[in-house]
Every structure is written in C-alpha cells, then in structure tokens.
Design a protein around this ligand. Structure first.
Ligand code: SF4
Ligand SMILES: [Zn+2]
Length: 472
C-alpha cells in the first residue's frame, strides 16, 4: 500500500476520467492521495475532491508561479480554507526561479507569509523549489528559527530528528542539502525522474541521493499529471503509476517494495496525520530477513540512536512495553526456513538477554534457519565472561557496531567510558572471528568517523568484513 503525497487531480487533465483515475489508483495499491493547490481556485477544487473521495486529502496554497495573485485578501482565504478538516498541509508553496512567472521578491514574500499560516495552524508545508535552492533554504531556516515550536509538541523531545515540518517535493539538491533539510525536520520526495535512465556518463541525481538518504526520510509522490515515470514517460501521469517509483526506489536502496511502502507510509502519517501509527512489534521483516527485537534496553546511549525516542525502524514501531518470552518469539517466527536469515537486533543490546539468544537461536538452527547477531560488542563485559564460545553452533554470523576506531570518539558517540568499552568491543570482534568466522563491523556514515582508516583496521587487524551503513 502506498500514499501519493502529491498529485494534482484538481487539474483539468482529469476532467474526463477522474473516477477511473482514482479507481486505477486504488487497484494499484494507492491508499491515500494528497491533492495540492496552486491558487485559490485549485485549492478550493482540492478540498471539493477531498470531500467527495474518502482517499483524497487536500493541501491549499499559492504556487510560486501564481504568487503574483496572492494579495492579502487571497492569503486570508488560504488561511480560512486551511481550517477545513481534510486539509493536511499548506502547499504547494516555494520559489521557482526557472520560469520566474512571478517576480522573485513577490515569490519570497508570498512564500514567507504562507509558512507563517502553516505555523499559526501548526500545519506542515509542501515546498516546491526550482533553481532557487539558496533562497528557499534561507527562508525555511529563518522561519524554523523564528518559530522552533512549529510542529513540536514536547512528546518528541527524545526523538532523533524534529517532528516533521514539511516536504521538499520533487527534490533536486545534493546529499549535503538533503541532510540539511532533514535536520530541519523535512522529508524529501522524488516523482518519476527516479525511473529515468541517466544520460551517458552521468548518474541519475536522485539515485545518488537515494544511496545516502534512508527511506525513513523519503515520501512517495507522482506529481501527476507531470513527470511520468517509465514505462509511461511522455504520457499523462496518474497516481496508479506510483508503484513504478516505489519499485525503482526499492531497487536502488536494496529493499523490498513492501519496505518502501510501509516506511514511507509512516512518514506520511507523521507529516500529514494520514493513515495510522503502527503497533509495537518484537518481530519484523525487512527484505527477506526477519529481525527479532528482544529488548530495547542497552548499555550504551548513542547520540544517533532513536531507542529513547520513537524507536521506529523502516516503518516498524519497536517501542515494546514488555520484553517477549522465548516462546512468544518462537511462535512469531513460525518457520525459520522462510527467511534468508533471522537477526537478533532491534533497538537495544540483545546480549543483555543472552539466555534468550541461546534458546531461540538453538531452536532456529534446529529448524533449518540462519542466525545473525547484531551487537555493540559489549556482550562479554555485560555478562562478565567471554560469551563468544557459547554462541558457536547457534550464531552463524555477527555484525558489530564499530562506530569509530578512535576510542575517544567511540566513547563520545556512545556516551561510554572510551578505553574500557572500546577494548571490550575489539576483543569481542577478535573472539568472534576466531570462533564464528563470519564477522562484519560497521560504521555509520556522517558521524564523522574516518571510513578509510576504519576499513583498513577492520580488514587487516581484525580480519572481519567492513560495512558502512548510511545514516540519514
Ligand atoms: S548500541 Fe545500538 S541500541 Fe544501543 S544506544 Fe547504540 S545504537 Fe542504540
Ligand atoms: Zn506539484
């Protein structure tokens, strides 16, 4: 199931076959559609559609092209319209210096006033930006600074990122810009261009971003009737084609289409309040691996970890209130052979429940499954003995968070005594290579760790595989 967060079904292109267009969308797995406005008339039409079709929600606002029409009276009307219960955002608003259909100073003025409307109503914004990245970012930054409580409600104080304030639709910046807008509390989305083949000798820009940015910060959109994905490029676009975009993102990110749908739906829920929030879970499937969330307790407190926040991962809610028993976990796994591997992971340190790993791991092995342990490498310290020999025959592979090869930085990242825990982790890694063999050590991109040095160290000194996990 998908959510098309941007489709101009209020445009005249759909006058003759709107019902059919919506039916095709539903048949292809689209659950909800957001129809943005570009001026008063199209905003009113978006609301009308939202009233007529349960699956449609509306956004209202002046597109930068139409900014010249946005006098104070018109902006008042937008504010009034935005109080409609099915209006979930102000949009699409922003700056477009490619066409300059409205003078740039007018565009900027109208963009700012509309962000202020969103802030007054605590609504998110849908941002359109073309060849105006610098000014757009400046305005967004200023507005967030002026009103830091916009969309923040106190319950999100522990979260890794601010509660979402909007989306940069049809994102065209580089990965540094993506990182900046994410930190400001924005999602990014890409319509059909993700499916386009890049010209010779170039890489598809959206693919470059998709290699760095987690799907947790990405929303799905078609931008219908424009930017039609392959294999329909050149024809009129419609929400039913969203699946081609989801398939392409899944391919680039090495995830399943379900992973893309589930994760981006949760993003749409968090931003627009559409759909529902997932129930906490202790088993969860990503690609064809099954992950076991046996605890959310941890001996560390990494600054980049969402454990004390919402504990969300790829559209799953891991904020379990009670830890599952081995029997409950085994029941939930059903048949270990169905999965490529079964991973002790989750938002916590699994070796805190070593007995559970052993009991469940044994059962998985006896029933033909493969077991991986994802750990911070402090298991021997936690259990006051070398636990690695006890895992032989139970665990097939181990992934250890290396985080950094500089003990000082390691300690700072995890809020732990650097020497003691760094050494314990390295010792655990060496023991794992000796007893288990298949060991991967990971660092997180963008935390400032020296990737090249870390790779050398892992391969040469420890004899393990090295992996860089994209962080954002
Ligand atoms: S070790 Fe893992 S679970 Fe624990 S705080 Fe760090 S990232 Fe979170
Ligand atoms: Zn649009």
């Amino acid at each position: 199931m998908f959510i098309d967060t941007h489709a101009h079904l209020n445009s005249k292109e759909y006058n003759n076959d709107l019902d059919d267009t919506i039916k095709r969308a539903v048949d292809s797995g689209v659950e909800f559609i957001i129809v943005p406005g570009t001026d008063i008339e199209s905003s009113r039409r978006a609301i009308e559609l939202a009233e007529n079709y349960e699956i449609i929600y509306a956004a209202v606002g002046f597109h930068p092209h139409d900014a010249h029409k946005a006098d104070p009276e018109a902006l008042n009307i937008i504010e009034k319209l935005s109080r409609h219960p099915k209006v979930v955002a102000i949009g699409e608003v922003g700056l477009d210096y490619h066409y300059n259909f409205s003078p740039q100073d007018v565009q900027k003025y109208v963009f700012k006033r509309q962000i202020e409307i969103a802030q007054r109503l605590n609504l998110p914004v849908i941002i359109h930006q073309r060849e105006a990245e610098k000014d757009t970012l400046q305005i967004v930054r200023d507005k967030v600074l002026e009103n830091p409580l916009w969309r923040q409600d106190g319950s999100n104080a522990m979260n890794r990122f601010p509660s979402p304030r909007g989306v940069f639709h049809s994102f065209s910046g580089d990965s540094a810009t993506a990182w900046e807008v994410i930190k400001l509390g924005f999602y990014i989305s890409f319509p059909g261009m993700v499916t386009f083949k890049p010209r010779k000798d170039s890489i598809n820009n959206s693919h470059k971003i998709l290699e760095k940015v987690s799907i947790e910060h990405i929303l799905l959109e078609t931008d219908s009737p424009y930017l039609t994905p392959e294999p329909f490029r050149g024809k009129r676009n419609e929400p039913a084609y969203l699946k081609y975009i989801a398939e392409k993102i899944a391919e680039v990110q090495d995830l399943s289409v379900e992973d893309i749908g589930r994760t981006s739906n949760l993003g749409a829920y968090k931003l627009f309040g559409i759909g529902k929030y997932p129930e906490p879970t202790y088993v969860y499937k990503i690609r064809n691996s099954l992950y076991l969330n046996i605890t959310i307790r941890c001996n560390a407190d990494c600054w980049f970890c969402d454990r004390k926040g919402e504990a969300l991962v790829k559209g799953y809610n891991l904020k379990i209130k009670e830890e599952p028993t081995p029997e409950e976990i085994i029941k939930a796994i059903e048949d270990p052979k169905k999965y490529d591997e079964i991973v002790f992971c989750g938002y916590g340190e699994p070796t805190i429940r070593l007995d559970v790993i052993k009991q469940v791991g044994n059962w998985i092995k006896q029933n033909g499954g493969k077991v991986r342990l994802n750990t911070d490498g402090h298991g021997s310290l936690i259990n006051h003995r070398n636990i690695v020999p006890e895992l032989v025959g139970i665990v097939d592979s181990v992934s250890i968070s290396l985080n950094s090869i500089d003990p000082e930085q390691y300690g700072k990242m995890m809020h732990l005594d650097p020497e003691k825990y760094f050494n314990a982790m390295i010792e655990f890694a060496k023991e794992s290579v000796k007893y288990i063999g298949d060991v991967t050590m990971t660092i997180v991109d963008l935390t400032g760790a020296d990737e090249i040095k870390a790779k050398k160290f892992v391969e040469n000194e420890i004899g393990a595989k090295f992996k860089n996990r994209p962080y954002f």
